[in-house]
Design a protein around this ligand. Structure first.
Ligand SMILES: *[C@@H]1O[C@H](CO)[C@@H](O)[C@H](O)[C@H]1NC(C)=O
Length: 313
């Protein structure tokens, strides 16, 4: 991993390394199913910026859809929230429904560009066409084929052509093993970047087990394996985390102590290398408990409740 060695070699590269985007994943609904509104997204963004021990570094948010919850194709209200809070956005277009629904995603993207202009587009770090669609398809769930994702990427490029979003990287988010699967190579060829999701917690069949003691090594093996097939495209970390509450899977036990260990070993290492990082997640159980619960903060008033574990590096 020449990239890491170089990034860590001198203090002088630290400022550059610090430049990676740091953000949290955010769905369009709460765990209750209620749709998030602008005020809710803005609240999450402020809570991320004010996370203790992080010097205001967590200023980005990854979205899964361009569509505001409860509407057909209105732009998601995370956009005005980002403008309001000076946050950046990794946009997402949901690609695991029918082509009609994907067209709604494209329509919402078009509307957002004309409605908010450069105030919006200047904040965009990238555009992800899809999220774990290849993985879901491989498990028999509703997903998308490689050919569909390639087609959707090209449709997205056509929409942003000649707009102030032109030039922003258009990529795809999937699990690391979906990228490593040679059958999905065409998606990598079509993408400007790969967003890699990797959860050592779930990897019970990993050699050496999936306990916290093996989690850092398991994560970086997933990363290097993805880089090896990435056709020189940048690999972003778009999801990872360690749950605080939930089921024990193999040797992986949810809890704040192990979540802190994962943060310190894996997340802090990622930040030091400057890789773009979207963590899962700031708050999971808002209004309703879920299993697993990945939240750095538990249920309650996000801005005012304490963190469950130290997130300094
Ligand atoms: C975590 O993995 C990275 C990448 O292999 C390595 O550089 C680092 O030393 C590891 N951290 C710990 C605490 O083992």
């Amino acid at each position: 991993m020449q990239f890491f060695t170089a990034a860590l070699a001198t203090a002088a590269t630290f400022a550059v390394a610090e430049a990676g985007y740091k953000g949290f994943n955010s769905g369009s609904t709460f765990s209750t199913g209620a749709n998030k509104q602008q005020v809710d997204f803005a609240y999450e963004m402020k809570a991320a910026q004010q996370l203790p021990g992080t010097n205001g570094a967590w200023t980005s948010m990854r979205l899964y859809t361009m569509i505001q919850g409860g509407t057909k194709d209105s732009p998601i209200s995370a956009i005005p929230a980002a403008i309001e809070t000076k946050s950046t956005l990794l946009l997402g277009l949901w690609a695991s429904e029918t082509p009609d629904v994907f067209q709604n995603e494209l329509n919402a993207l078009k509307k957002a560009i004309s409605q908010y202009g450069k105030a919006f587009t200047d904040l965009v770090t990238g555009i992800s066409v899809g999220s774990e669609d290849l993985y879901r398809k491989s498990t028999g769930e509703v997903g998308a084929t490689p050919a569909q994702i390639v087609d959707y990427i090209s449709k997205t490029r056509a929409v942003i052509k000649g707009t102030s979003l032109q030039g922003k990287p258009v990529g795809h988010v999937d699990t690391w093993d979906a990228f490593v699967n040679g059958g999905n190579r065409a998606v990598i060829a079509a993408a400007d970047f790969l967003g890699m999701d990797a959860y050592p917690y779930y990897q019970a069949s990993t050699v050496g087990g999936n306990g916290i003691g093996n989690a850092n090594a398991t994560f970086w093996k997933a990363y290097t394996d993805t880089v090896a097939v990435a056709q020189r495209k940048p690999v972003w970390i778009t999801e990872t985390g360690w749950p605080i509450v939930g089921d024990t899977i193999g040797q992986a036990v949810p809890g704040a102590k192990d979540a802190r260990t994962f943060w310190q070993e894996t997340v802090c290492h990622a930040l030091a290398t400057g890789v773009n990082m979207y963590y899962f997640q700031l708050q999971t159980s808002q209004g309703k408990a879920v299993n697993p619960d990945w939240g750095i903060k538990g249920a309650g008033d996000l801005l005012n409740i304490p963190v469950r574990y130290d997130v300094s590096c």
